[in-house]
Design a protein around this ligand. Structure first.
Ligand SMILES: [Zn+2]
Length: 198
């Protein structure tokens, strides 16, 4: 087995090039897709792969590294946010509120009068990622784009995509690849082979 997990991750990412979000929402979308159900991989299970993934998505800088306790907090936050996207309701909102309450934010005004929501704990990487995600959610809900972030309805996929169609009617993450369940199975089989070989 010559493929590295980095190559496999790159292959996984290239399967879902369709239906990306506008640039200011794309990091949020890909943060949520760190739970990649299409390929049966949750990057949080393997911190090294998670760091590589988050760097690839420009969510983390090259030198950034999240400690174990931070990973636990961030994962709980991601799961709450993903549930809020997929199954909104009072209980889910409350869970997200509890997770988000750990990341206090302030409105920061820049020199040119621009405003930004930033974490109070600026040196906390986890707070920075959570704050950026929450700020993106806030923007997207206010301007209506939140309704365009969908979870693919194919149970074997559940990839989060941005639906730019006029009537927000796309039900799947892409026209074709996600229907190719065999591709996913082959990938999982390769991945297992790699895990066992390494
Ligand atoms: Zn899909």
């Amino acid at each position: 087995m010559s493929e590295t997990s980095a190559q496999l991750d790159a292959a996984a990412a290239s399967e879902h090039v369709d239906r990306v979000a506008p640039p200011d929402l794309e990091p949020l979308r890909m943060f949520l897709n760190s739970d990649n159900r299409f390929f049966g991989v949750d990057y949080f299970d393997e911190p090294d792969r998670l760091h590589r993934y988050l760097r690839g998505e420009k969510i983390l800088g090259e030198e950034d590294r999240i400690e174990t306790a931070g990973l636990v907090r961030l994962r709980a936050f991601r799961d709450a946010l993903r549930a809020f996207l997929g199954e909104p309701g009072p209980a889910v909102s409350e869970t997200l509120n509890v997770a988000a309450a750990g990341f206090s934010m302030v409105v920061e005004v820049g020199p040119a009068g621009e405003v930004e929501l930033t974490p109070v704990a600026r040196d906390d990487l986890v707070a920075r990622i959570a704050a950026a995600s929450l700020a993106a959610v806030h923007r997207a809900v206010l301007d209506g784009r939140w309704a365009r972030l969908h979870i693919c309805q194919r149970p074997d996929c559940q990839w989060i995509y941005y639906d730019s169609s006029r009537n927000k009617s796309a039900r799947w993450c892409s026209a074709d690849p996600c229907g190719d369940v065999m591709k996913a199975r082959a990938w999982r089989a390769r991945q297992r082979g790699h895990t066992e070989a390494s």
